[in-house]
Design a protein around this ligand. Structure first.
Ligand SMILES: Cc1cc2nc3c(=O)[nH]c(=O)nc-3n(C[C@H](O)[C@H](O)[C@H](O)COP(=O)(O)OP(=O)(O)OC[C@H]3O[C@@H](n4cnc5c(N)ncnc54)[C@H](O)[C@@H]3O)c2cc1C
Ligand code: FES
Length: 305
């Protein structure tokens, strides 16, 4: 789908928001809080951005992009070259971070990690929720004006007033869904502080792949049930590469196990999950996998492709 860059706005130090519309003025596909879209930049790079406007406004999508200091080009392009009037190819909204029903919600956002959380708190409105929003300085925290509407629900933390995750998450609760998005150091701290909580309480969205130790790979077979073909995945290739090389239609974008574009259903065999999307319980279920990074724990996998 093609989208028009309608407007760019500086939202905080190093954060710019972009409003994308349909070039013919029509409605864009619907989405729910937590969703993101893949955006193909004119340089050919595809990057994912959480939708941070209102799901009721299908006249446009709002995304907000942080300028990454160690950019491979995506955020750098948005900040330095993207201008109103440009057209971009974007994907359908995809949601790996849906808002679940709970008596109470606790949101923990680090910097640009506020983007998927903003539509969630707007949807919850007056229901019981709290937001701990952290950044180095107050000037780096985007959308403070929009958050101030929800008086008393949010607290801002900066280097001069640091958030204590141990204190915030000291008491495990069965009535609270915790949503966290932000840099790896924050997410690792949340996971650590919630070791005694029910596992299903925590919902995390990662914007970058978690650093992982290298694991040995072995060769295995993939049975493509719908295409009626059996392919061999060598130790040095990914399942996605082998599927695509053999004309099996599976899309890929990040190729790092963080965006969800390549998801396939598993019909047989035990996947060796290496993504940063599925929770432990979802990995145990073993009914879907991300073939850009995940492999097979045994000799054969059967996929619905
Ligand atoms: C579901 C989802 C939603 C997202 N939503 C947002 C959003 O709302 N706003 C936003 O600003 N960003 C968001 N992102 C991140 C975004 O897609 C881009 O990754 C980001 O803009 C940086 O792109 P880049 O090309 O500038 O930097 P990249 O080069 O992609 O670098 C990004 C980070 O990864 C590290 N890195 C660099 N090279 C590698 C490598 N080879 N392997 C692993 N890590 C590396 C860098 O140190 C840097 O910190 C989201 C990502 C996902 C998956
Ligand atoms: S391509 Fe992004 S998760 Fe596989």
């Amino acid at each position: 789908m093609i989208a028009l860059v309608h407007q760019l706005r500086l939202e905080a130090d190093g954060v710019v928001s972009v409003r994308l519309t349909d070039p013919d003025g029509g409605p864009l596909p619907p989405w729910r809080p937590g969703a993101h879209v893949g955006i193909e930049l004119p340089t050919g790079l595809i990057r994912q951005y959480s939708l941070c406007g209102s799901p009721k406004d299908l006249g446009g999508y709002r995304i907000a992009v942080l300028r990454e200091r160690r950019s491979r080009g995506g955020s750098e392009y948005v900040h330095s070259f993207l201008r109103p009037g440009q057209k971009l190819r974007i994907g359908q909204p995809r949601n790996n971070f849906p808002l679940v029903d709970a008596d109470r919600h606790l949101f923990i956002a680090g910097g640009i990690g506020i983007t998927p959380i903003l539509p969630m708190i707007n949807q919850l409105g007056r229901r019981p929720w709290r937001l701990a929003y952290c950044g180095r300085t107050s000037g780096s925290l985007a959308f403070q004006d929009e958050l101030s509407v929800h008086n008393g629900h949010s607290e801002l933390f900066t280097d001069g007033n640091r958030l204590s995750l141990k204190k915030l998450l000291a008491e495990p609760r069965t009535d609270t869904a915790v949503y966290a998005c932000g840099p790896e150091s924050l997410l690792a701290g949340v996971e650590d502080a919630m070791r005694d909580w029910p596992t299903e309480a925590l919902h995390v969205e990662r914007f970058a792949a978690r650093p992982k130790p290298a694991r040995p790979n072995h060769e295995f077979e993939v049975v493509c049930a719908r295409s009626d073909r059996t392919l061999t995945v060598p130790a040095d290739r990914t399942v996605l590469e082998v599927l695509q090389d053999n004309g099996i239609p599976v899309e890929g974008a990040c190729r790092e196990g963080i965006c969800g574009t390549c998801q396939v259903r598993v019909l047989g065999g035990r996947p060796d999950h290496r993504d940063d999307i599925l929770s432990e319980a979802e990995q145990q279920a073993g009914d879907r996998m991300f073939p850009c990074v995940s492999r097979c724990a045994g000799p054969r996998l059967t996929l619905d492709v």
